[in-house]
Design a protein around this ligand. Structure first.
Ligand code: HEC
Length: 149
């Protein structure tokens, strides 16, 4: 009587342990599958994923090299760069910045391509490669707005 109960208890215990172990192993496998890197399309341009800050890195370039012609008093192409919202929304060919799009008008223009939206920008000579890189990485990383404190 006593022995029978003990045996049954042991059986239940063993099965329980196996169920636990299997669950654990299955969890590991499915977690691994979920976190596996997704394949990137072959056309994607590899870019460093260093975060770019709009306020401290992007805005100063726009203010100095673009704002003289793209401000409320002189809105060339109806495009303004005095605020983040304007950069994202204004322009006869708006949107000129599309998050993650290498062919956003603004990027094509600072790469000095002449496109329908206008001539290469700024018209008096290209930005430096470093400046182009900063703006490109900002757009490709998601064109994030200024960080609110
Ligand atoms: C000397 C004046 C001047 C400067 C500086 C300038 N732009 Fe422009 N921009 C223009 C003019 C004029 C147009 C209208 C289209 C044209 O004539 O090419 C224009 C058009 C644009 C457009 C298309 C807007 C639309 O939707 O129609 C974008 C985007 C743009 N500029 C971006 C920039 C950026 C970015 C900079 C700075 C790196 C810059 N521009 C600097 C004069 C300027």
């Amino acid at each position: 009587m006593f022995n029978g109960a003990l045996l049954r208890y042991r059986m239940v215990y063993r099965v329980g342990v196996w169920v636990l172990l299997c669950g654990f192993a299955f969890g590991l496998i499915s977690c691994g599958a979920a976190s596996a890197p997704t394949a990137t399309p072959p056309t994607a341009t590899p870019l460093p994923d260093t975060a770019v800050d709009y306020t401290t890195q992007v805005a100063p370039i726009l203010r100095r090299h673009c704002q003289p012609c793209h401000n409320p008093a002189h809105a060339a192409g109806d495009f303004l760069v005095t605020s983040y919202e304007e950069v994202m929304q204004t322009g006869m060919y708006a949107p000129n910045v599309i998050a993650g799009d290498m062919n956003s008008n603004l990027l094509r223009m600072i790469r000095y391509e002449a496109i329908e939206a206008g001539n290469p920008m700024p018209p008096d000579g290209p930005l430096t490669p470093e400046q182009i890189d900063i703006i490109t990485r900002w757009v490709m990383a998601g064109a994030h707005p200024p960080q609110t404190p």
